[in-house]
Design a protein around this ligand. Sequence first.
Ligand SMILES: NC(=O)c1ccc[n+]([C@@H]2O[C@H](COP(=O)([O-])OP(=O)(O)OC[C@H]3O[C@@H](n4cnc5c(N)ncnc54)[C@H](O)[C@@H]3O)[C@@H](O)[C@H]2O)c1
Length: 398
Amino acid sequence: MSGICNVALLGQKFMGRAHSNAYLKVDKFFNVPIRPVMHTIAGLDLISLAPFASRWGWKNYSTSWKEVVKDPNVHLVDVSTPNYMHADQALAALSNGKHVACEKPLADTLKDARAMKSAAARASKCRTFVWYNYRRCPAVALAHQLVREGRIGRIYHVRAQYLQSWGVPETPLVWRFQKKYAGSGAHGDLNAHIIDMARFVTGQEIVEVNGAVAETFVTHREVPEPPAKPIAGRTRSAATRKKTMGKSDVDDCVLFLARLSGGGVASFEASRLAIGHQNNNMIEINGEHGALRFSFEDMNLLWYYDAREEARTAGWRRIMCTSARNHPYAGAWWPDAHVIGYEHTFVNMVADMMAVLAGEEPIVPLPTFADAYETQRVLEAALMSAKERSAIKLSEVK
Ligand SMILES: NC(=O)c1ccc[n+]([C@@H]2O[C@H](COP(=O)([O-])OP(=O)(O)OC[C@H]3O[C@@H](n4cnc5c(N)ncnc54)[C@H](O)[C@@H]3O)[C@@H](O)[C@H]2O)c1
């Protein structure tokens, strides 16, 4: 791999589009030391693969990920499939000597996540990355830097929430509501992100989970129809279709309390039924010298409270993280004060991945399989705590 990195992307829907966009854009905005080449897209649906490949600029397409991960021309395999596929695909890619960028959560079970961590450790020439992309919101990266600089001092509280509301009863039984495909519900989907964010921003580990509740409010959902096939020149209308219901066996929400390695305490809440919130990925950290607050719904902003300012004028400061010379990643994008969005976090991540593959430092640390395994242990501890109705020390979760 000199100068280019041939990428094979597995999965072509939501994350398939977000990642395709990132590979397409990265060298237009960043001076990357290695340029990603969109080599192969792999998915299940042959009919939609050809137009997807041509729309996004993938050179090849395939319905066989097993063949794709063996292709000697491929350098990096990007796993963007439902959670239950992550381990098989990542392990196959690593055993074929590929670098792997895997979507979060690392796996659907702790056992699979452990196998992935071990395989990554054995494959010493392969680099691994996990798409905890919110680390690369400039405001989150700035929060990480400010904590490292000691700006808020000793951390007392972390308050993290990831609140969505799309899990209403009308939402059909897609893979995200089935344990065999997803592992868990809002927990692995949303708590995974805020556990990673808390670990990343504070630089501390969660050492104990002190109680958790998990709840499934909507236990049965409509099974989605496969795409309608024309019958005698007509398609069946929605009105004539018979509704089939199936069981949702994952949590709709999980809340838990935790202790941090630095002595602080933390609360985490993830829900798909937090009516009134759309995509509120939020963290607040209170320390001895000040506080920080971020919400993805206003992702260009970081809120900072400096407790050392004179009380007469002290207050929350609204920092717009769009200053090219002052804020992480901002220099790659638009003139100062022109805001960025969700897709930019993925482009920022590809830029850092290419830097790491070239032996350079990322702008802020990238999660590896070993790092994401620590997040997976916390997810597991919270589920154990909810089930056993007791506190769980992380040292008990291997
Ligand atoms: N980082 C984030 O912000 C973020 C956001 C959404 C989803 N995700 C994660 O991304 C992953 C994919 O989620 P999504 O929302 O893109 O799901 P999705 O349902 O939109 O797409 C899944 C894709 O995987 C393909 N697929 C399934 N099995 C496959 C197989 N055996 N071989 C090849 N392709 C296969 C499907 O055809 C589909 O294209 C999940 O792990 C999810 O947790 C991350």
